[in-house]
Structure formats: structure tokens, C-alpha cells
Design a protein around this ligand. Structure first.
Ligand SMILES: [Zn+2]
Length: 255
């Protein structure tokens, strides 16, 4: 049976029996994979703490190609993101990233860009004091890598660059609408044209610089109305971790 070696992030684990765990990884080379970790629930398991969700690991697994479940052979921690786990803000943000990756990546379908985005974003989550900005950027980028890049350069109705201060956004057509075209296309929301510039920046920015990015609160709220709606439109429902992120943001804005 072939043996596979790759780097991966642990997305989630499930107790399979009294001894075994089922672990879902986002791997660098094989997309999302599911492995059975034999005896991983034992106190002195050879996998140690490496199977904790969020861990960035180096793993060896085996099984026939294209099967649904593989067998985990070895798993070693590259990075545990302890600093992310210790702070509730960054912790829930990171859990949201794991959930999004789990829902948007298909099994055995390599997504190297999403893998890199996840690892870099987990790194940034430990540095940033504004997880909201990182969250918006992650939503926009992961949707874009999954094939849902919003059209931000030209109006989806007339194909011209908007000149006005306000532009509309159509969730149905995934793009901006200039003011003169407001009557022609369904416009669900109006945003400042400056916000569109931030969205474009989010798509091209080097992720290592996110923690230095300063986004005004009203702009971030407008960005969220675009990026989070894109996520909801694709998934059809809210992810479990999202209400926690909202609560943390509200607590932080009160104090
Ligand atoms: Zn137009």
C-alpha cells in the first residue's frame, strides 16, 4: 500500500471508538484527507498532542489511492500556535478559519493556495490585535481561491469604472454596480468606493503584513457585509464558530 508524506493542518478530530480517532487534515499536496489514528485516545498515545485541531504538522499516512479513509502512521508537530490558543479572540478566529477550510475544500482535491493561506493566517492570528481585519481578508481570499472572486474593477452592468463616491454591490452577480446603473441591476447594498479599494488590496496583499494594516471601523463593517455574505451565499448557513467571533468583537468594542 502506498505511503504518503506531507505537511498539513489539523482541521478537526472525532472519537471513532474507545481507542481511535478520526482526524481531518488540510494537507499541502492532497487537499482534505481523513485518517484513522489508531489508539490516539490512549493517555500515552504515540501521536501526543499533534492531533489537536489547528496544529501544523508533518505526517505520514498510508492507504490505497482515492480511498476515503487512510491510516495515520506518524504525525509530528511543526507549529502548535500556542499563542493563538491562549487568547479567546485569536482562538475563535482561528477556529472559524479551520471550519471555513473544512467546508470549502473537497476531499482529495489539492488546494495549495488555500493551504498556504490557512498556515499564514494562523501565524498572523497570533500577532494581530485586530482579528476582524484578518478575518475579512481570510473570507475574501478563501472565497476567491474557491472560485468566487467578486468583480471589483468594473460595473457588472455597463462594464465601466465607477466614478462616483458610492457604488452598489450585487450578491447575485458577485460584483459592483456603478451609481447610474442602480436601476438596471439588483443592488442589495451601497458601499463607499474607498471600501472597494480596500477589498482589492485584500486580494493582493502579502499576508505577512496584515497585522500592520489599519482599516477604519466603518470600512471594516462595509467589507464584512460583502465578504461574509459571500461566505453565507456559498455555504447556505452560518458556521458554528461565527457567533463567538461576533460576541468577542462586541465585548472588545464596549471596553
Ligand atoms: Zn454601470
Amino acid at each position: 500500500m502506498p505511503l504518503y508524506r506531507t505537511r498539513a493542518v489539523v482541521l478537526k478530530t472525532l472519537n471513532l471508538s474507545e481507542k481511535d480517532k478520526l482526524v481531518t487534515f488540510l494537507s499541502e499536496t492532497h487537499g482534505k484527507i481523513k485518517c484513522v489514528a489508531k489508539a490516539a485516545r490512549r493517555l500515552k498515545s504515540r501521536f501526543g498532542a499533534s492531533l489537536e485541531p489547528m496544529s501544523y504538522v508533518s505526517l505520514i499516512y498510508f492507504g490505497r489511492e482515492h480511498q476515503e479513509l487512510y491510516r495515520l502512521n506518524q504525525c509530528d508537530i511543526i507549529q502548535s500556535f500556542q499563542e493563538v490558543r491562549e487568547n479567546p479572540d485569536s482562538f475563535y478566529t482561528a477556529v472559524y478559519f479551520l471550519e471555513l477550510a473544512d467546508h470549502l475544500v473537497a476531499e482529495a482535491h489539492p488546494e495549495p493556495e488555500i493551504f498556504r493561506l490557512l498556515v499564514q493566517s494562523l501565524n498572523e492570528a497570533g500577532k494581530t490585535v485586530t482579528p476582524g481585519t484578518l478575518c475579512r481578508l481570510f473570507e475574501l481570499r478563501i472565497m476567491s481561491y474557491a472560485g468566487y472572486t467578486p468583480r471589483l474593477k468594473k460595473c457588472i452592468a455597463c462594464n465601466r469604472q465607477p466614478q462616483s463616491r458610492w457604488v452598489g454591490f450585487s450578491y447575485i452577480h458577485h460584483g459592483i454596480v456603478c451609481e447610474p446603473c442602480f436601476g438596471k441591476e439588483p443592488v442589495e447594498i451601497r458601499i463607499q468606493s474607498g471600501t472597494v479599494e480596500y477589498l482589492k488590496k485584500f486580494l493582493s496583499l502579502d499576508l505577512n503584513h496584515v497585522h500592520r494594516l489599519k482599516v477604519p471601523q466603518e470600512v471594516e463593517t462595509e467589507i464584512e457585509s460583502i465578504t461574509h455574505r459571500l461566505v453565507l451565499a456559498r455555504l447556505g448557513r452560518e458556521l458554528k464558530s461565527y457567533p463567538f467571533i461576533r460576541q468577542m468583537a462586541e465585548i472588545n468594542s464596549t471596553y
